[in-house]
Ligand binder design. Structure first.
Ligand SMILES: O=C(O)c1ccc[n+]([C@@H]2O[C@H](COP(=O)([O-])O)[C@@H](O)[C@H]2O)c1
Ligand SMILES: Cc1cc2nc[nH]c2cc1C
Length: 350
């Protein structure tokens, strides 16, 4: 398995066909707005004039972060493992939303800090959480590679199983600290604008979180052009796996519905591996986490929704998923002016 497998170019020819077909559907030209653009994007990604996004697949990657010891989250580290059990029992928001959208759902332990068992859990633990990257590298290069490969393989398994749209979620206490650190490095921006409250730390803890990130950046000093160096120095195992999963989606022409802050940072890591991966991404929502807008701008995308969500798990992407279905159904089920015998005269000068 080669995570750097080639990603096919978008099929612009089919995109052009679909653009003119949409103009024959029984509606004023352009009147379904963004849905029309989504339909064209999905056609270009899948190289199909009538793309389908069902069933979608949701993979939640869970891992722990040594930097949690610095007191950067509103919740204790053990919540990561406890939430994995909640995912397996079907009680988390992403379980509810996955059922709602008819998604295939899996949870992968790629680095939770404790031993975990449970029916349905995919155990691919690379290590028991990362090191505290204020003190030492989060993981070795070899471990980072392993985590990326695990993500790639898990997404490929879902794709072989027949999913037509990929949603990648995460669970990892303190992973907004890892994500903001990566984003500070990639964007070169002042960390003030990139560090948010994550699970909800109080205002007075924000300065401490920024300080932790600043210290980590100077102590680790990763190579901004090298995704494996970044992941090994300040990364998270679930962030690495998410990047791998997105690379797999793109290489199989599967549209990727990107979730919030952590997922967007993982998308930027995937982009460093292969810039073309971004062509296969649609951004589900704008997270409330400060810093997400910077990541969104760096991906060059417009989020579909802005609901003030900041949960993670893939939840924002799952909520946005029906919009992709609306777009594909518009294409496959609407009548054309000629099939419905409706006169198609419009005079732009009127
Ligand atoms: O996806 C987001 O935009 C998002 C924003 C804030 C927090 N989270 C979730 O909250 C956890 C990380 O928050 P924290 O405060 O522990 O760094 C992690 O499990 C994420 O899934 C997720
Ligand atoms: C309860 C809880 C659920 C989550 N899901 C994703 N991140 C989370 C963080 C917490 C604290």
């Amino acid at each position: 398995m080669n995570v750097l497998q080639e990603i096919p170019a978008l099929n612009k020819e089919i995109g052009d066909q679909v653009r003119s077909y949409i103009n024959q559907l029984t509606k004023p030209v352009g009147s379904l707005g963004r849905l029309e653009e989504i339909a064209i994007e999905l056609a270009e990604m899948t190289a199909s004039p009538f793309p389908s996004v069902t069933p979608p697949g949701v993979i939640v990657f869970a891992a722990d972060h040594g930097v949690a010891k610095e007191g950067v989250s509103a919740y204790p580290q053990e919540v990561t493992a406890q939430m994995v059990l909640n995912f397996l029992n079907g009680g988390a928001a992403i379980n509810v939303f996955s059922r709602q959208i008819g998604a295939k759902f899996t949870v992968v332990d790629v680095g939770v800090a404790t031993d975990l068992k449970g029916e349905g859990l995919i155990s691919k633990k690379v290590r028991y959480g990362t090191e505290n990257f204020c003190e030492k590298d989060a993981m070795s290069i070899e471990e980072a590679k392993q985590a990326v490969a695990i993500g790639y393989e898990q997404a490929e398994a879902m794709i072989t199983g027949g999913i037509k749209c990929l949603i990648v979620g995460e669970m990892g206490i303190a992973n907004t600290t890892a994500s903001s650190t990566i984003l500070a490095l990639l964007s070169g921006k002042e960390i003030e604008s990139l560090v948010g409250k994550g699970t909800g730390i109080p205002d007075e803890k924000l300065a401490h979180k920024r300080d932790v990130i600043q210290r980590a950046l100077s102590a680790r000093n990763p190579d901004v052009n090298d995704p494996l160096d970044i992941l090994s120095k300040v990364g998270g195992l679930e962030i690495a796996a998410m990047a791998g999963a997105m690379l797999a989606g793109a290489s199989h022409r599967i549209p990727i519905l990107v979730d919030g802050f952590i997922c967007s940072v993982a998308a930027l890591i995937a982009k460093l591996f292969n810039p073309r991966v971004v062509d296969y991404m649609i951004l589900g929502h704008r997270s409330k986490e400060s810093g997400h807008q910077v990541a969104i701008d760096m991906l060059g995308k417009q989020p579909l929704l802005d609901l003030g969500m900041r949960l993670g798990e893939g939840s924002g992407a799952a909520v946005a998923f029906p919009l992709l279905q609306f777009a594909t159904k518009m294409l496959s089920e609407m009548a054309t002016f000629s099939s419905a015998q409706i006169s198609n005269r419009h005079d732009p000068s009127l």
